[in-house]
Structure formats: structure tokens, C-alpha cells
Design a protein around this ligand. Structure first.
Ligand code: MG
Length: 352
């Protein structure tokens, strides 16, 4: 191990504990790890289950069915306009539980920290997770921290698992789309992907696009209260709206036809996409939900979605029919019809 200068300038053979940065000892399970938990994680996530300090969290849950969902977050950079890796980790998992029709209640979190990570950066992330969890009404009840050597990770990775309760009789899933349904989208496409890309400073020009990263469980709860006949909910994250709808068309064995002229894209996102040759249909979203439900409920659903601050730009973007099965089509602005395929390969790595 390299020699370290102490404050008097003398060379000291044992490295000083550098309180401003993560060091391997923070993942030791010993005193430094306990210190990190006590000073950084507990104040941010405090709740009785976490405070108990056991190997697992004991939580109250009503009887019936639970929904579990897990996700890992490796976004680069850690902070971007409209969010950060902590906000993303909480919202991403809350949303994956909520789109199953469940009420998210608890999260678990695993941190993989790189030696040398600024403690202030970790504290910004935990403060952001605290705020996101509070907004979503979920508790982070147990977690784990590991530290890897410098160069073996990119600052910080976060894995989250969410637990939610599924009300009796609720059946929402990708296989439930039916001919005659319509497809709604809760707002504009591609904001998250373009915001993260811009934050990398590789665009060569300025843009004010912000990530749409947000917890959608409140919006979804309101929607399901107003329209219990919703068939499918899904958040179009990696691969974007096009890829998500292809998954649903395959699961349900239906055809989904999009109307090009109704696809919502912010002008700033559209211009970045045009310059880079991206199609916003394939760019990631982190605060949007696709809703598929019977046509007769569309108006009420849109009215409900638009009342939410995360659904103000909700719009009908397509319809569901029987054939050609397992296909997504697009009626273009000039009246032609083309196939919309899944994303092939990775367009924007490390986006979430
Ligand atoms: Mg999802």
C-alpha cells in the first residue's frame, strides 16, 4: 500500500482514514462499515425495520398476493439534469412494481461502491433516494454495501428490489392486451435517454433536456381507481416505446398500430435525435407509462392521467387489433404503414 502523508507532513506507514472518500474498509463489515451505515444510510432511510439492524427486515404485509421486482442501476454519469442514480434506482423499481397493478411498499438496496468515491457524492445520492422514497410512500428496509478497488467500478452501482401488494382480482400484464383496446402514453418520449447523453458532455452542443425520472405509483393508483378495466401497464424504459410495445404485442398475440402524428416528443429531444440519427421511439424513458385499455375507457383514463403532474401530456398513440399478430405498425404522417421493430442491440449503453 502506498505511503500516506499525515497532516504534519511526515511520512506515515499506515494510510489515514480518509473520511471524505470511500475506502475498502467501508465494505469490511467492521467498524468503518458500521460507521457508514450509522452516519450515511440510517439517517437517510431511517425506519423501524432498518433500525433493528438484523440480517433481514421484518415488515408487515396484508395477506394476498405480493409483487416483487428487481433492477440494477449503472447509469453514467451518476448525476444528470432531472435526476441521479439514486432517484433512478428508487423510481425504476417503484414503477416496475406499480405497473403490475400493485401498491409498492418496501425496497431493499444494494450498493457497490468504488474505492475513492467522494462521500459527499454518496450522501447526495442517499438524500435523493430518501426524497424519492418519501414521495413514492415506500420504505427502504434493508440493504447491503460492498466496496471494490479503485478502477473496478464506475463510482457507484445500485441494485434495488421492490415489494408491493396486489389487490385481489387485479390482472394487469403484458399478455392482457385485446383487439379493440387503445394505447395511451403518459407524456413525451426520450427525455431520459437524451438528458443522460447530454450530461456526458459528448454532444458537442448545449441542450436543456431534463430526465423525466419520476415515481409513477400515485398516477397509476389514480388511474386504476378511475378505470379498473386497464389491461396492460408498462414503463417504456430501455429500448423505448417501440421495444416495449413489441414485447406487449408478442405477449398478447395482437397487432398494435401507432399514429405517427400523435407521438409526443419535445422539440429539444426531437432536434437532438435528428442530429444523432436516433428515433425517439427507441430512446429510454424513466417517468412514463404505456396504458392499454378498452376504447370506451380511453377518455376517462386520459382525463385522470392529465390531472397528475407526471401525466399532463398524456395522449392516445395507437390502437390494438387482432392481425397481423405480434406486430407493431405505424401509420405515418403521409398515410403509409410501416413495421416498427424492436431495438436491435444497444443504442445508448449505461443509460439506467
Ligand atoms: Mg419496467
Amino acid at each position: 500500500m502506498a505511503e500516506t502523508l499525515d497532516i504534519t507532513g511526515a511520512v506515515c506507514p499506515v494510510p489515514l482514514v480518509h473520511n471524505q472518500q470511500i475506502v475498502l474498509g467501508h465494505g469490511s463489515g467492521g467498524k468503518m462499515a458500521a460507521d457508514l451505515i450509522a452516519k450515511t444510510f440510517l439517517p437517510a432511510f431511517d425506519n423501524p425495520a432498518l433500525r433493528a439492524g438484523d440480517d433481514g427486515a421484518v415488515v408487515d404485509i396484508s395477506t394476498g398476493r405480493i409483487v416483487l421486482s428487481t433492477d440494477s442501476h449503472v447509469v453514467a454519469p451518476l448525476f444528470f439534469p432531472g435526476g441521479d442514480i439514486g432517484h433512478l434506482a428508487v423510481c425504476g423499481t417503484v414503477n416496475d412494481v406499480a405497473v403490475m397493478g400493485a401498491t409498492p411498499l418496501y425496497l431493499t438496496v444494494g450498493f457497490i461502491l468504488e474505492e475513492g468515491l467522494e462521500l459527499s457524492a454518496l450522501e447526495r445520492v442517499t438524500a435523493s433516494m430518501k426524497a424519492s422514497a418519501a414521495e413514492a410512500g415506500v420504505q427502504i428496509v434493508t440493504g447491503d454495501t460492498k466496496v471494490v478497488q479503485r478502477g473496478k467500478a464506475d463510482g457507484l452501482y445500485i441494485s434495488t428490489t421492490g415489494v408491493g401488494i396486489l389487490p385481489d382480482g387485479r390482472k394487469i400484464g403484458g399478455a392482457q392486451a385485446k383487439p379493440g383496446d387503445v394505447v395511451l402514453l403518459s407524456g413525451t418520449m426520450g427525455d431520459h435517454g437524451i438528458a443522460v447523453l447530454a450530461a456526458r458532455g459528448e454532444l458537442g452542443f448545449e441542450t436543456d433536456v431534463r430526465s423525466d425520472c419520476a415515481p409513477l405509483n400515485g398516477l397509476i393508483a389514480d388511474l386504476l381507481a378511475a378505470c379498473p378495466d386497464v389491461h396492460v401497464l408498462r414503463d417504456p424504459t430501455r429500448g423505448g416505446v417501440a421495444t416495449t410495445l413489441n414485447e406487449i404485442a408478442k405477449q398478447s398475440g395482437v397487432c398494435i398500430t401507432l399514429e405517427e402524428k400523435s407521438l409526443p416528443v419535445k422539440p429539444a429531444v426531437a432536434s437532438v435525435c435528428e442530429m444523432l440519427g436516433f428515433d425517439p421511439l427507441y430512446v429510454a424513458n424513466e417517468g412514463k407509462v404505456l396504458v392499454i385499455l378498452p376504447a370506451e375507457s380511453a377518455e376517462k383514463a386520459l382525463e385522470t392521467l392529465k390531472k397528475s403532474k407526471y401525466g399532463a401530456d398524456s395522449i392516445k398513440i395507437g390502437t390494438v387489433s387482432a392481425a397481423p399478430a405480434k406486430r407493431v405498425l405505424m401509420r405515418t404522417a403521409i398515410g403509409a404503414t410501416r413495421v416498427v421493430d424492436m431495438l436491435a442491440g444497444e443504442m445508448l449503453p449505461r443509460i439506467c
